[in-house]
Design a binder for this molecule. Sequence first.
Ligand SMILES: Cc1cc2nc3c(=O)[nH]c(=O)nc-3n(C[C@H](O)[C@H](O)[C@H](O)COP(=O)(O)OP(=O)(O)OC[C@H]3O[C@@H](n4cnc5c(N)ncnc54)[C@H](O)[C@@H]3O)c2cc1C
Length: 504
Amino acid sequence: MKDEKKKIVIIGAGIAGLSAGIYGLLAGYEVSIYEKNQVAGGECMGWNRRGYHIDNCIHWLTGTKKGTELRKVWETVGALSPDQEFAGTEVFYTSCVGNQRATLWNDLERTEKELLELSPEDEAEIRKFITHVRYAQSCEVPSSKPMDMMGIRDYIEMGRSMADMPKVMKEYGKIDLEDLAEKFKHPVLKKLVSGYMPKEYTAYSFIVSYATMASGNGEIPAGGSLAMVNRMVKRFRELGGTLFCGTSVNRILIQGKKTYGIALENGEQITADYVICAADARVLFTQLIGEKYMNKRWREVYSDTRRYPLFSGFQIAYSISKERYHENGNVLFDCEPFMIGGRSVENVCVKSFAYEKAFAPESKTVLQTNVLQYDEDYFFWESLDKEEYRRKKEELIGIITDRILTRFPELEGDIEFLDCWTPLTYHRYCNAYHGAYMSFVTKKDEKPFRVKGTVKGISNLYLASQWIMAPGGLPVAVVAGKFAVQRILKKEGRFQNGNSLPLS
Ligand SMILES: Cc1cc2nc3c(=O)[nH]c(=O)nc-3n(C[C@H](O)[C@H](O)[C@H](O)COP(=O)(O)OP(=O)(O)OC[C@H]3O[C@@H](n4cnc5c(N)ncnc54)[C@H](O)[C@@H]3O)c2cc1C
């Protein structure tokens, strides 16, 4: 590069924005990030309440296994160190129906043995399920470069390393979680495979998620979500990047077929050679550049919530005593039904954070609930005025606390409310479309959503976000940041296979 560095401005300091910023600096650009919130992290967040830390993201971080391409990316952006410590959880999750239960342990032999003991009549289906979870352990998020920039060798290598995945796709790629549940006879097994993730997901998504945990490629980094974000911010600043928090971006400035920068909420204009939008894609296509730049595929997915559903959560955090609660990881249990909006809820998921001592005073831990919420639930929350919203939250806190105490009577007199948040919170805090914290759910009959992250008609604008590839999540966000910078390098003729830049 010449003396004068070219300038990239990035909108949003979530995982994708920070990743783009770090890769941009490594590639020799001058980089500034503008984030509307007072702290970076976006949906990868954590906050403090009354002496407790509420961690609201990482249940599993795909790409923690050493030697994988994605682990290199996490290390490059400073999210993980080479000697990173992890929480060392043993469980993917547990499902309870009445007084019976089943657990998906990271130890697949143990899972298989326990499931067979619970339901010998499901033997064939259990063995098939476990075999395919083993196959799915080879699945990796493509993280070296965007698929459309791959050469024949890259495809051969990918095919070789994921050789068993076609078997998983063949068996579980065309059915959803409801269909998978139908294959089992035992009610606990039915709930085990269909209750944790939205049931509209294709069965292979669930199998790959479990396989990721079971192969040691989906750990929780010590310190949790916020600590990981803070390591990325430190890396970004140490490389010379500038992060402006509490600075909302109003518009992307366009002249002809190019952007020349951004306009902040306070009216200030910031010029740039490249703009990377790392905010929610809907913000890009409405407020920042307008709907006329939305291509056919984006319009298709946004216009049909039935084919392309989104989900979020109604969540509550409590403090409880460690000695009173002995569950490990996420536990989904059935309960007396209750209503949210027009929908009946029959299960509640709870998770203890006892694995992280720093999150609570000694002898205590944080217990969180998550009740899945869909597009319609978002509309319900949105329809309430301020007072109705407050009252509905309070009513649900009472109901859900009651359901938890029915399931875990040992917590009676020892459960203290800390905080509660809804899909609207994600919209308010992160501008998240419909409060969704993952991208579009891939249904069994639909093509998985994937776009390049470029905008037709604006040649130097890129989208780096979990929204570019279903199902979204942290791995997609981090590689989206890297991919946006690789596209800029390609545009400048600086991208080669086996790139000499430190863009691992
Ligand atoms: C409860 C929960 C559990 C989760 N569990 C997991 C998990 O276990 N594993 C996993 O992989 N993923 C998980 N996720 C998903 C993960 O958090 C997201 O996929 C990821 O953080 C999205 O990153 P992003 O950078 O694409 O977007 P975001 O985090 O949404 O970042 C966008 C940023 O842009 C900012 N912004 C928006 N508009 C503007 C504007 N106009 N001007 C300036 N800034 C703006 C926002 O404030 C935000 O900081 C979970 C999320 C939640 C909420």
